[in-house]
Design a protein around this ligand. Structure first.
Ligand SMILES: Cc1ncc(COP(=O)(O)O)c(C=O)c1O
Length: 447
């Protein structure tokens, strides 16, 4: 496309005007939808539009605003958010306290100078040390989950002086060249091989992990880190069998490897405890955080580590740096998120609401076994497994028509996930369950 600075100036002025408006005319709405679809195709990625956003069936659902447990498209149609941005909205959409903290901080300072001590980073690091289990103590603040995983990998390699990494089949840790190695699906990895030195073991299989670690030790290909999600999100909401994380902890200690737990999706209260590893009382050497840490308002992630994992990094803090990670605006959002999680006891709420949902889903599966096979998960990190991919997708489409957003998982296409805001009310949960049964019945009739 030829450069045109005049057009760029006009377009940016027009969009700034739109952003500043509290309401749009029907003509403006129509224009935004038309242009968004066109520009997505022309400048973003047509493939993505067709594949991923197609649950909106006719591509006219352009999201515009949100609050609480719902978001609205530009025409004002409201959707209950049962997807929760793949686990982002732990405190709901734009929780007033999170929003206030971010806006207050923005009025004072946006991005830090990079040279002086920025206080909010230090307060957030302390809060993370206070809410994470065991002796986790130091935090490196990042801009995303993927960056948090990258940080964990580097800290583990630095601490152990080793390169071998072990992940699990069904695992998802991001798509940057380091984290992608841990992500387990061929379609994402193959075009970029070779990646770092990763091996994968079946998730939940203690013997397989023990054997692999023993082999690595025997051959001198010693393990830097075992990287696991306590509950695999993209893999299809697979809860680690009881004792698995403890066994991984024990094996890491035996072979001098770091245990890295990726709590990017499962952390921040989502599973009914502050972190999913708290269900098992297992403390990792390094924890990766993201998604919910920013309360659905700001993008922020964190690598949280023990004294041991930070020692080499303290010797040379320039080994891992970031310009935007831990900026004051995002820290303000994360500090408010932690405050809301604790003050509103959201982990407990997630546990109770999740138990209620799981029970109802079990009933649904018994009533409609030819469509819904089973449901599983913990707290508000739940999955529904359908008979096949097409059926799950059809149910999701039916739900969208009924004003509810839900989506599948990246690695296991038969599973739809349920990860609503932890603040969701029971009336919304019941509306979801009703719409779900309607959609299942309709899909069942066609099959
Ligand atoms: C467990 C897990 N790890 C890492 C990531 C990557 O995080 P991000 O997309 O914020 O980079 C995700 C994202 O879905 C995730 O669920």
């Amino acid at each position: 496309m030829p450069r045109n600075l005049k057009a760029a100036q006009e377009t940016s002025s027009y969009v700034l005007d739109l952003i500043g408006k509290t309401s749009l005319t029907p003509a403006e709405r129509k224009r935004v939808v038309k242009e968004s679809v066109k520009y997505w195709v022309d400048h973003v990625n047509e493939g993505f539009l067709k594949y991923r956003k197609s649950v909106s069936t006719d591509y006219t659902a352009v999201e515009w605003e949100d609050g609480g447990s719902v978001f609205r498209d530009i025409h004002g149609r409201e959707y209950i958010d049962m997807l929760g941005g793949f686990g982002i909205y732990v405190t709901g959409h734009r929780h007033p306290k999170v929003l206030k903290a971010v806006l207050d901080q923005l009025k004072r300072q946006g991005i830090h100078s990079q040279e002086l001590i920025d206080p909010l980073r230090t307060y957030l690091a302390r809060l993370l040390a206070l809410i994470t289990p065991g002796d986790l103590r130091f935090a490196f603040l990042s801009n995303s989950g993927t960056e948090s995983v990258e940080g964990c990998l580097k800290m583990a390699m630095l601490t152990t002086g080793r390169r071998r990494l072990i992940g699990a089949v069904g695992g998802f840790h991001g798509k940057s060249l380091g984290s992608l190695g841990g992500t387990s699906k061929a379609v994402f990895r193959e075009p970029f091989l070779p990646l770092l030195d990763w091996s994968h073991v079946p998730f939940g299989d203690v013997d397989a992990l023990a054997q692999t670690m023993e082999t690595c030790d025997f051959t001198g290909d010693r393990v830097a880190a075992v990287v696991l999600e306590p509950i695999q999100g993209e893999g299809g909401i697979n809860v680690a069998p009881r004792g698995y994380l403890a066994a991984a902890r024990e094996l890491c200690d035996r072979y001098g490897a770091m245990l890295v737990l990726d709590e990017i999706q499962s952390g921040m209260g989502r599973t009914g405890k502050m972190f999913a590893c708290d269900h098992e009382g297992v403390v990792p050497d390094l924890m990766a955080l993201g998604k919910g840490l920013g309360g659905g308002v700001v993008p922020i992630g964190a690598v949280v580590g023990t004294q041991k994992t930070w020692e080499r990094y303290i010797d040379n803090p320039f080994l891992h740096t970031t310009t935007f990670g831990g900026n004051p605006v995002c820290c303000a959002g994360a500090i408010a998120t932690i405050n809301v999680l604790l003050e509103e006891d959201l982990p407990r709420q997630a546990a109770e609401k999740g138990a209620y949902l799981l029970k109802q889903l079990g009933r649904l599966a018994r009533r409609h076994p030819r469509v819904l096979v089973t449901s599983r998960g913990r707290g508000l990190m739940l999955g529904m497994e359908f008979v096949d991919h097409g059926t799950g997708y059809a149910v999701a489409k039916g739900l969208f028509k009924r004003g509810i957003l839900i989506s599948g998982t990246y690695i296991n296409a038969r599973v739809l996930r349920i990860e609503p805001p932890l603040t969701i009310g029971y009336p919304e949960i019941d509306r979801f369950l009703e719409a779900l049964e309607d959609s299942i019945k309709q899909v069942g009739k066609k099959r």
